[in-house]
Design a protein around this ligand. Structure first.
Ligand code: SF4
Length: 406
């Protein structure tokens, strides 16, 4: 393998094909991949800034019919630990987020058969009415597919209605690996095939939304399939230009049906770096410190990442699978500055909002992550009674007196 020739081509803006990317991913030294990825990062972001967003990751329900075998978060319909957050609970989380300088919710949840499209529309409208400037980065492509199937409306119509209700952006969750062989083995093919995931994003971009893209690696996929995933994202980005950022993380095996082992930190850094080389039409790559920890997150800034993602106020999904790293804004900024960069707050479009919020405001340190709800809180929100349930358990719940959320 002639690394000098690759270096010259990449520095001249040349594009890697699948074979070339595979050769580099498998055989190039880690320091070399890092150096090349860092050079591209610097070319795209010459101002020496690393960005982050203050938002809150809220999972509105853990009830899910998809049953992906890598997921430790979901509960089956009718399970005693299943929950749906009430509108008031979500408003309270938004108020807490705003007090910390937060500008958006990352709102995702399980495929709950008892939440019709109207529930999402009413929630989004209510959020926008109370907090007009607050942004909703909500509902990954498989959730949009789920709502489309339940409502028997085509995906573009669902997206149009959600935008009218207040949707601002779609997060790139549920992509896992965009290869159907892998999706079938992970039992996530039926929630969305690779083509369906990409198609939701295509429709979202056509409707004017910007979205992110993700990749969860480290289950059953081959190196070739990881690269196929990246190349499919690159092709859609060529077509629409709608992706703001790419985020990759390793599978977290604890408490999952699939089990197994987690990929190493080196594998993460190599995967991030090759993504920076392959995804030449993506401006932003996030460091996934939530799964890798703060120190590997910081190292990511030398392997192609230019963004630290989100200050983590609340996290439920990765924690359910055994990882629970917590970094508040102070910690994120310290990691960024110690790595030699200037830390800047951004919005969902990666526009700079300003310097760290805590430097000008009196905010409390956040040393522990919040959860969707206190353990054991099985209260049912009052407004759920207004929506028809589809499952037998949901119908039964909505015909009996409920204990309202306080
Ligand atoms: S990953 Fe999402 S869709 Fe799959 S089981 Fe978990 S909550 Fe459901």
């Amino acid at each position: 393998m002639n690394l000098t020739a690759f270096e010259e081509r990449i520095n001249a803006g040349g594009r890697l094909n699948a074979d070339e990317a595979l050769q580099l991913y498998r055989r190039a030294p880690t320091y070399w991949l890092g150096r090349m990825a860092d050079a591209i990062r610097e070319r795209k972001h010459p101002e020496g800034q690393v960005t982050y967003i203050i938002d809150r990751n809220v999972n509105y329900t853990n009830v899910c019919v998809a049953r992906c075998n890598f997921c430790a978060f979901y509960r089956e319909v009718g399970h005693r630990d299943g929950y749906v957050l009430g509108f008031d609970e979500i408003f309270k989380k938004i108020e807490e987020t705003r007090a910390l300088g937060g500008v958006q919710l990352l709102l995702q949840g399980g495929h709950n058969p008892d939440l019709p499209l109207q529930w999402y529309e009413d929630l989004f409208r209510a959020v926008k009415q109370k907090f007009p400037d607050f942004k909703l980065h909500a509902l990954s492509p498989p959730e949009v597919m789920h709502i489309s199937r339940m409502s028997k409306l085509p995906v573009p119509e669902v997206i149009k209605r959600l935008i009218a209700a207040g949707l601002d952006s779609i997060p790139g969750g549920g992509a896992e690996i965009l290869v159907d062989r892998v999706r079938k083995l992970l039992n996530c093919y039926s929630k969305a095939s690779a083509d369906e995931w990409l198609d939701v994003m295509r429709h979202a971009h056509r409707a004017g939304l910007r979205t992110t893209a993700t990749m969860m690696y480290g289950t059953v996929e081959t190196d070739e399939e990881r690269l196929e995933h990246m190349l499919r994202l690159r092709a859609l980005q060529d077509e629409t230009g709608g992706f703001t950022a790419f985020i990759t993380w390793s599978y977290q095996p604890e408490h999952t049906e699939r089990g197994g082992h987690e990929a190493t930190g080196i594998e993460y850094l190599r995967t991030l770096a090759i993504a920076r080389l392959v995804l030449d039409n993506f401006d932003n790559l996030q460091a996934s410190w939530v799964t890798q920890g703060g120190k590997v997150g910081q190292l990511s800034l030398a392997f192609g990442a230019n963004d630290m993602g989100s200050v983590m106020i609340e996290e439920n999904v990765v924690r359910a699978a055994g990882a629970s790293y917590c970094m508040d804004e102070v910690e994120i900024v310290r990691n960024v500055e110690d790595a030699g960069f200037v830390a800047k707050r951004r919005n969902m479009h990666y526009e700079i909002l300003g310097d760290p919020f805590f430097r000008d405001h009196d905010v409390q340190r956040m040393l522990e992550l919040s959860t969707a709800r206190e353990a054991g809180d099985t209260s049912v929100p009052v407004e759920l009674m207004n929506y028809p349930a589809r499952s037998a358990a949901g119908k039964k719940q909505r015909t009996r007196p409920i204990s309202p959320v306080s």
